[in-house]
Structure formats: C-alpha cells, structure tokens
Design a protein around this ligand. Structure first.
Ligand SMILES: [Zn+2]
Ligand SMILES: [Zn+2]
Length: 240
C-alpha cells in the first residue's frame, strides 16, 4: 500500500521505502519517481555510450577537473579513495608504468635533486645499510677496488660467507696482541691501495682491531711491528 513512508517505483514497480527514492528538489521535498537502484542502472547504461564516454574522458583531463580532484584528494574521504585506488592491482600497475615512463623518470630525478628528496634518500639509505651490514662491506670493497682501478673478479657475498666458515668465524691474525679473535671484517692480504685484488683469494676474515692496525700496509711489513711471540713458549702465531 502506497503511503508517505513508501511508494511504487515507476520503473521496477516495486513498493519501496521513501528513502529509496533520491531527491529531485530537496528544498521542495520532491523525490524522483524511479528508485535509486533504477536511476543508477539507467546512469550506467547511459555511460556506456561511446560519445558520453569520450566526453567524460575529456572532462577528466581538463584543468577544471584536475583542480576539483586536487581539492577532493585533500579531504579525508578523498584521501581514503586515493589510497584504495593506489593499492589496487590496477593502481599499482599504473604507478609502475608511470615510474618507467620518461615523465616518471624525470620527476624522480627532479625529486632526488630537491632538498627534501636528498633528505629522504639519506634516510632510506641509512635504513638499508642498517638492515644489510654484510652488503655494505661488500659494496665498500667494490667501491674502493674501482677507485684504485683494480681489475679482476670482485668477491661475492657467498665467497665471503665461505671464507668466514673456513676460518670458523675467527680472525686470521689470531695471536697478535690486541686481536679480538672474532672476525667481523674481510681484510685484503695485499691491500687494494698497493694493487691487491678484490678477489676472495686475496681476502681473509679479520677482527676490526687487526684490520685497522694493518690498514694499507703489506702483511709482511706489518707483522714485524706486532708483538708476535707467545711470552711463555716463544711460539709464533700460525699466520706468521
Ligand atoms: Zn525501481
Ligand atoms: Zn684479529
């Protein structure tokens, strides 16, 4: 039975609650004769028309629409909608395509050159370094090898791990006074600065103390500056 609280939709002919009919004129209290669902279906069908589609696309690309979107994306609802869209499969793919485009690449370069970009980059780098201490050391060795113009194969992370296993994680210069025993670095037997290579055959695990004491000196020169013999037995450390 039609009443003030409900009425029949002229399209689907179903008796529905009055709230199911949107306002045609809110101040005068006039509602549409078709229910919300029927109106929305009608709109969907209308939007499939290629001419309307093209008009819609043109409007979306206009400055007016861009300005409106900008305002909308600053509202809480707009921000939420943008996040949903960014995290959707379509959104992620669009972002990837943009990043790889000329525009995207140029934008990233501009951002990296800006003050806030530099600051942010530093933070990201610091986080990466903290999470990848081993990779930092390897990168450092490669950088130095490149700087000294050293040719030859760089050691890899696996090489490094195997070398540490070979020495049981102990410093190769064990027996030197001041040696911390536990290896935390990879030392170049012939230093890079003296033309040693960054190949694993030129590397041994070393504790920080031995590594920094040896520095850029050849092992042959350096070892005689160390207090070497066992005080009681007079025995020399194995590596000498
Ligand atoms: Zn209806
Ligand atoms: Zn040591």
């Amino acid at each position: 039975m039609e009443s003030k609280e409900s009425k029949y939709c002229t399209k689907c002919r179903v008796l529905k609650k009055i709230e199911e009919f949107s306002f045609r004129n809110k101040t005068k209290g006039y509602r549409h004769s078709e229910c919300r669902e029927c109106l929305s279906n009608r709109e969907k069908i209308r939007n499939q028309d290629p001419i309307r589609k093209e008009a819609h696309r043109l409007y979306g690309a206009s400055d007016k629409a861009k300005a409106q979107r900008k305002i909308y994306y600053q509202t809480p609802a707009g921000r939420a909608a943008q996040q949903r869209s960014n995290n959707s499969i379509k959104g992620l793919a669009a972002h990837k395509a943009f990043r790889e485009s000329e525009n995207g690449k140029n934008g990233q370069l501009r951002w990296l050159a800006s003050e806030s970009g530099k600051l942010s980059r530093k933070k990201i780098d610091a986080r990466w370094s903290a999470a990848n201490p081993e990779k930092v050391l390897i990168k450092g060795h490669r950088y130095r090898a490149r700087r000294y113009g050293i040719i030859g194969q760089n050691h890899t992370e696996i090489d490094r791990e195997n070398k540490f296993l070979e020495y049981g994680g102990r410093c190769a210069y064990e027996g030197r006074i001041g040696c911390k025993l536990i290896a935390t670095t990879l030392d170049h037997i012939i230093p890079l600065v003296l033309g040693g290579t960054n190949e694993i055959s030129n590397c041994v695990p070393a504790c920080g103390s031995c590594n920094s004491s040896k520095g850029g000196k050849p092992v042959e020169d350096w070892k005689w500056t160390q207090i070497i013999a066992d005080e009681l037995t007079g025995a020399m450390p194995l590596w000498l």
